[in-house]
Design a protein around this ligand. Structure first.
Ligand SMILES: NC(=O)c1ccc[n+]([C@@H]2O[C@H](COP(=O)([O-])OP(=O)(O)OC[C@H]3O[C@@H](n4cnc5c(N)ncnc54)[C@H](OP(=O)(O)O)[C@@H]3O)[C@@H](O)[C@H]2O)c1
Length: 229
């Protein structure tokens, strides 16, 4: 019998990350729920019956500490879901936006998933079926770029670009890396009026996290279907 796969999910103390952990656990995967806040993360992990490790995705020392712990605990990593994200710029316009806000959004939504993927890649390369899922957004689609939440849109467009670059670099290895849009989902970020439940929103990410060897890589997906970048 194969050993259960090991998955790390970032920003998982609530919202989509929490639900991705729940669904991965239900699929028999050994889940490491991570969060920047120790108390919130521990409480969430306890609720799901999964492991917890603290992780602030914007801090390299925090990502390094997670990598060291994973190496000791499991010796490899099968699934990384880069979920942590912020959207503080609702109602703002790029032409008046403070650089500190742009930098904060890019640091969390773009640089951090690149950092976490880079740092955990040696552990992923020790897996038979390594999978990376970047939780992006249709608001980052270049094909439909527009105004509103400008730093968030730019950060997700750049995350999509990073997804394609990583996939091209990893061609010829078993690593599959894809981006997905969960749709508009009821969470703290999405608000209560959102039409999709957390369960529905997490579904495509979980599918991408558990792709078979002949599954796609370097794509952008919503509801399990490829969408335009
Ligand atoms: N909801 C939607 O409609 C929707 C649509 C498209 C894409 N998305 C994407 O889906 C992902 C999850 O969103 P959500 O709706 O679940 O939002 P959410 O409820 O606001 O959750 C965001 C999570 O990210 C965590 N986080 C933020 N900065 C972090 C950092 N530096 N280190 C570690 N964790 C950090 C938050 O932790 P704290 O509790 O500590 O703040 C929280 O757990 C995001 O990438 C978002 O852009 C959401």
């Amino acid at each position: 019998m194969n050993e259960p796969s090991v998955a790390v999910v970032t920003g998982a103390n609530r919202g989509l990350g929490f639900e991705v952990c729940r669904q991965l656990k239900a699929a028999g995967i050994d889940v490491v729920l991570t969060a920047r806040d120790d108390a919130k993360g521990r409480a969430a992990a306890l609720e799901l019956g999964v492991r917890f490790h603290r992780l602030d995705v914007t801090r390299q020392d925090s990502v390094d500490a997670l990598a060291d712990w994973l190496a000791l605990e499991f010796g490899h990593l099968d699934i990384l879901v880069n979920n942590a994200g912020i959207m503080p710029d609702g109602g703002l316009m790029l032409r008046r936006m403070k650089m500190t806000m742009i930098n904060e959004v890019l640091a969390t939504n773009t640089t951090a998933p690149i950092r976490v993927t880079q740092t955990l890649m040696p552990l992923l390369l020790r897996s038979r079926l390594p999978r990376v899922v970047n939780i992006s957004s249709a608001l980052g689609q270049m094909a439909r770029m527009g105004a509103g939440t400008p730093a968030y849109r730019i950060s997700k467009a750049a995350l999509n670009a990073a997804t394609a670059v990583f996939a091209a670099e990893m061609a010829g290895t078993p690593v599959k890396i894809n981006a997905c849009c969960p749709g508009w989902v009821a969470s703290d970020m999405g608000g209560a009026e959102a039409p999709k439940t957390l369960r529905q929103g997490a579904e495509t990410a979980v599918w991408l996290a558990t792709l078979p060897a002949n599954g796609p890589t370097g794509g952008f997906f919503r509801d399990r279907a490829r969408i335009d970048w």
